[in-house]
Design a protein around this ligand. Sequence first.
Ligand SMILES: Cc1cc2nc3c(=O)[nH]c(=O)nc-3n(C[C@H](O)[C@H](O)[C@H](O)COP(=O)(O)OP(=O)(O)OC[C@H]3O[C@@H](n4cnc5c(N)ncnc54)[C@H](O)[C@@H]3O)c2cc1C
Length: 423
Amino acid sequence: MHIVVVGGGVVGMTTAYELNRRGHKVTVLERHSIAGNETSKGNAAQRSYGVVYPWADPAMVFKALPWLFKQDGPLKLRVPPSVETLRFMFATLRYAWSPGLFGLNRRAMLRLGIHSRERFLTLEKELGLAFDGAHQGLLHLASTPEALEGYRATHDLLNELGIPSRLLTPEQVREAEPGMLGNGPLYGALSYDTDGTGDCHQFSRELAKACEEHGVVVRYNVDAEKLIADEHKVSAITVRPVDGVMEALEADAFVISAGCWSSHLLRPLGLELPIYPVKGYSLTVAMKNSERGPASTIHDDNYKVVSTRLGNRLRATGFVELADFNRDIPEVRLATIRKSVESRFPGCANLDEAEAWTGFRPMTPDGPAIIGRGPRDNLYLNTGHGTFGWTLSAGSADVIARVIEGEEPIICLDAFRPGRFQE
Ligand SMILES: Cc1cc2nc3c(=O)[nH]c(=O)nc-3n(C[C@H](O)[C@H](O)[C@H](O)COP(=O)(O)OP(=O)(O)OC[C@H]3O[C@@H](n4cnc5c(N)ncnc54)[C@H](O)[C@@H]3O)c2cc1C
């Protein structure tokens, strides 16, 4: 089959890779001049298979509301909120209070996480890509005794699902992360032993190159504008090159992996996808004292900031901001990220020299991504991965390739079904 994939982020590129290795002719359409240049560019770099969870969690709602009013709080809301922001917030609250839904969705996401880890290991062995990738574990620090207590339930759930994790004392945390010499409060940590890290942007670009070497056509600088369809099938997609004439590209099947920009392609076909762009920020800098930086990756629960090693670089990331597609980078946000890093890894890097970035998590209000057949027979969706798209990309790509080929899905896809927001 000839299959068109819309979007050359990490999800689109892993999808192209899986379809190509199954013998399909694949064309990727990407608006930017390189792969992975939107949300996949500056994320927290965690491949956090054991962490994945929906934000639509009643406990989280109670915890998150006070954060809105704290100067350094991780949750920010642009005032006045737009209609889209309010719609997203109310939908999230509604899903949070659907009895039993959080638990079901969390388990579904964790199962996809387990599968994704396996697919990453295979892909890395097959292609040998250079992206500062590693699987050396991930720590969720506990800066209060209550936080450590709260990790026990997660530890039990991971045990039940066969995902290796450990509760660590402060001494064990310092053994695992010897560069953590700061005076930030520390009562222990939950260690996700088999989780990993890696530069998602570098990975996406390297994977695009490898895909092209294997025959995938990646068309950069083109806008995919409209799906041309009757009531059963999509026959073509209109493509507008930045400096060229619009054309209709025909194919046998189409996969939409356009992240936060997926909805407008599907709306004319009657499918409304409530994907909302949840903003975050990151700083990336070469470390001057690499041994005083993170050994792998930590989530500092004090400021909700993630610090990750990428080779000799440090990536520090934070904030959940509801501000639509606003791309401003206020200094006050970066100052909080710097403060968190200094409280854990003082002197490891000169953060004033760091490259600042902002991007948008393609969030669904209930949490799971949208994976499966769309509103026409040959139209498929692999999008809406929210805060865990890097982590879940390799697994989701394999899953959607199986759906397209009519194989038994390797995990239950109920939680990810595209039509669920209209039921
Ligand atoms: C601050 C922050 C921290 C994060 N940390 C992590 C983390 O540690 N671990 C993790 O797993 N995830 C993390 N994420 C989430 C992760 O980055 C995303 O889920 C993931 O990058 C989404 O990938 P994607 O390919 O779906 O979207 P994108 O990377 O946004 O790719 C979509 C692509 O589609 C293209 N496109 C869209 N519309 C069109 C069109 N009409 N025509 C042509 N091209 C089009 C865009 O140009 C873009 O390149 C984080 C996100 C943020 C913002």
